[in-house]
Design a protein around this ligand. Structure first.
Ligand code: AMP
Length: 400
């Protein structure tokens, strides 16, 4: 059983072909700069990487290229397209229209069109990606897997904003969260690693990457998450502001002559640790700069870790305790300094880190990094969103 996972951006398309017998990646890669000059195609299989500048005027060409490579006699991993049993598409926003992964049908694609506005940068790209795949593989079952679905178990008092209720009813303005597939995956992996039933655990998952979100999980179900209506809310991120008083945004917009769209672009692309430090959105650069004495880089790191800690404290309260804290994604898996600072002075919660375990944590495997007398387990768990999408695709398309 082989599942192709597609993650479409407006000018990019990431893909992975996964053999579900042993959940191994047969091939993966990226189509970049689709519809722009100097499109780039990356294909990794058999331990080798092929990178080519190929003309890709649209997503259809990109999908065709991917399929040609996957079935290529020399570098391919399957003999024909018919070996692909299903395609899972990552979708950022579901609104309230989709509460679980959903089979691609004319009706579900109509609904996708209706909720396009909820994520104008991302959802239209997913629609293009689905249509491009349908054009090449019209008879292969396809499933839409949403970043938001895992968060649908939040109680209403956690997902509602305190706005006029009629506006929630009319426009569905509420907290949806993001990174749901990652939070779900690492929580399940943590429970498995600890040999516990996830139903008996209170887990706080910290997905810290270019976008960062923190989630409270009780008995395997999300009860709260830091991102909001869009992925702009929560902790400060690479280039996103995270939580901010909207009056400050209005004040700045007036001062700088920005309209709403420009202000949102500013909050999404020019803020976060990049905006504060003036150095970079990448935590490796920030740490180097802070080590070299750059005080604004240090401030950005302090803001990030302080806000992460605040969410951990808030979610420990929401969960009435915490058994496991999980770190994942680019920063969570790799940055020992961020993990240490985020968990500093949480001993009242029973959280104690073992600094040497934290500092020598190996990459790519699950590691336990709490001190021997810590009441709370602290785990670093590599995320694998593509695998979750492939698993959900199998389930929803009733494959296997
Ligand atoms: P992601 O969005 O999960 O791919 O995470 C990307 C981010 O992870 C990058 O922007 C970096 O800030 C961070 N990152 C990746 N590798 C490292 C590392 N070795 N040390 C610290 N931060 C890292």
């Amino acid at each position: 059983m082989k599942i192709l996972v597609i993650n479409s951006g407006s000018s990019s398309l990431k893909y992975q072909l996964i053999d579900m017998e042993n959940e191994s990646v047969l091939a993966k890669g990226l189509c970049e700069r689709i519809g722009i000059e100097h499109s780039n195609f990356i294909y990794k299989a058999h331990g080798q990487t092929i990178e080519q500048e190929v003309e890709m005027p649209n997503h259809n060409t990109a999908v065709r290229l991917v399929l040609n490579k996957l079935t290529d006699k020399k570098v391919g991993v399957i003999s024909s397209m018919d070996e692909i049993d299903g395609v899972g598409h990552r979708v950022v926003a579901s609104g309230e229209a989709f509460k679980k992964p959903t089979l691609v049908t004319p009706r579900s694609m109509e609904l996708m069109e209706e909720i396009k506005d909820l994520a104008p940068l991302h959802n239209p790209a997913a629609i293009i990606g689905v249509n491009a795949c349908l054009a090449e593989m019209p008879n292969t079952p396809m499933v839409l897997v949403f970043d938001t679905c895992f968060h649908f178990t939040m109680p209403d008092y956690a997902y509602m904003y305190a706005i006029d209720y009629s506006h929630y009813e009319k426009y569905k303005i509420r907290r949806y969260g993001a990174h749901g597939t990652s939070h779900k995956f690492v929580a399940q992996e943590a429970a498995k690693y600890l040999g516990k039933d996830i139903k008996d655990l209170k887990i706080i998952t910290c997905h810290l990457g270019n976008g960062s979100s923190i989630t409270a999980i009780k008995g395997g179900q999300c009860i709260d998450t830091s991102m909001g209506f869009t992925p702009l809310a929560g902790v400060p991120m690479g280039t996103r502001s995270g939580d901010i008083d909207y009056s400050a945004a209005e004040f700045l917009a007036k001062k700088e002559g920005m309209d709403v769209a420009q202000m949102l672009k500013y909050l999404n692309k020019k803020c976060g640790v990049l905006g504060v430090s003036g150095v970079s959105s990448d935590f490796r650069d920030l740490t180097d700069a802070a080590d070299a004495g750059n005080s604004r880089a240090e401030l950005a790191l302090n803001m990030f870790t302080y806000n992460t800690k605040k969410y951990i404290g808030a979610y420990a309260a929401a969960l009435n305790g915490v058994d496991v804290i999980v770190f994942t994604a680019g920063i969570g898996e790799n940055d020992n300094l961020v993990r240490r600072k985020s968990l500093k002075d949480l001993d009242y919660l029973g959280v104690k880190l073992d600094d040497s375990k934290n500092d020598s944590c190996p990459r790519g495997v699950i590691s336990e990094i709490q001190a021997a007398d810590s009441k709370v387990k602290v785990l670093v768990v590599p995320t694998n969103e593509e695998l979750v999408i492939a698993r959900e695709t199998m389930l929803e398309a009733k494959l296997g």
